[in-house]
Design a protein around this ligand. Structure first.
Ligand SMILES: Nc1ncnc2c1ncn2[C@@H]1O[C@H](COP(=O)(O)OP(=O)(O)OP(=O)(O)O)[C@@H](O)[C@H]1O
Ligand SMILES: [Mg+2]
Length: 293
């Protein structure tokens, strides 16, 4: 472990888990192919979890095209950029969206994240460390494909949700992403969400395809978290800049997201068995910065 990582380890261990704090689940949402519905999923999944009484933070970690705030019709004054520049504290960049959903807007900041100097890293880690115990779930919505930054998020998070559609190109790219992370020798707990399925059968079929090759060639299980149907109410809501679970709570996509949220909280694998110090925000920071990719 390098000096930087050691400093970080000491720092996060000192911060410790204050009495009564619930552990935070850190989840990265990603995909192989772009435009498969990651941002819509992240936002509406977060709202559904919040409906269940979970405290949720959505982190827009897409470098190229930050758009969580666009999907909510918001215009954020502050983003991660201001944190990295040490102009704002973490609580100043947490914005409030519809239904009081807390989020951190994306921007051009993330590219700098991997090249922070020691002082910036200390500030960033100290500030992010403050999120520990404050949320039940922190969701990172990443860009598509395997950028250095996305790999860092995937391997630092406890869980990674890979979104795919039933299209062959989307399936192939989802598998390629899983395979590459695997080939790098990185540990990652992948779960699959099939978006835009015509029906459950197609969704199941899509998940089975990926599951089968992963088992055969990577000796890894990729459990399916859920299926979201193709629903014309989704693009309608996107145009209105209202999250579809708010615009059309009884639509088929909204009902599917609610079911996925229930499974995520109550289903198998809902509690991540990890040594305490590796869990939550602290473990995330350690994994994020203790090695250079
Ligand atoms: N379940 C769905 N049913 C119908 N259309 C959908 C569904 N999910 C997403 N879409 C459509 O796909 C478009 C892209 O979605 P979104 O922006 O969430 O994808 P993304 O994976 O985040 O894209 P990027 O890779 O650019 O970040 C949306 O504007 C919407 O019209
Ligand atoms: Mg997106």
């Amino acid at each position: 472990m390098n000096d930087q990582a050691q400093t970080l380890r000491n720092m996060v261990l000192v911060q410790g888990e204050a009495a009564g704090q619930r552990p935070t689940r850190i989840v990265t949402v990603t995909s192989g192919k772009g435009g498969v519905g990651k941002s819509n999923f992240s936002l509406n999944f977060a709202l559904a979890l919040q409906q269940m009484g979970q405290r949720v933070l959505v982190f827009d970690a897409d470098i190229g095209m930050a758009n969580i705030d666009v999907l909510m019709g918001r215009n954020s004054s502050y983003s991660l950029y201001h944190l990295l520049k040490r102009e704002k504290t973490i609580w100043e960049i947490v914005q409030e969206g519809p239904q009081g959903l807390e989020y951190i807007a994306g921007g051009s900041g993330f590219r700098d994240l991997l090249d922070l100097d020691q002082e910036q890293l200390d500030y960033f880690s100290e500030q992010i460390g403050k999120l520990h115990g404050h949320y039940d779930v922190i969701l990172f919505d990443t860009g598509a494909g395997l950028s250095k930054e996305t790999v860092r998020f995937i391997t630092a998070a406890q869980e990674t949700i890979v979104v795919t559609t039933p299209e062959p190109t989307s399936i192939t790219d989802a598998y390629a992403l899983i395979k590459m992370v695997h080939a790098m020798g990185e540990q990652a707990a992948f779960k699959l969400v099939v978006n835009r399925a015509v029906d459950r059968k197609e969704g199941k079929h899509t998940a089975d395809k990926i599951g089968l090759v992963a088992r055969q060639f990577l000796q890894t299980d990729i459990p399916m978290l859920g299926i979201v149907p193709d629903d014309s109410l989704v693009p309608k809501a996107v145009k209105k800049q209202v999250p579809f679970t708010i615009a059309a709570p009884d639509g088929s996509a909204s009902r599917a997201i609610a079911q996925i949220a229930r499974d995520f909280i109550h289903g198998a694998g809902a509690s991540v068995a990890e040594p305490v110090e590796m869990g939550g925000v602290k473990g995330f920071l350690l994994r994020m910065f203790s090695r250079k990719i």
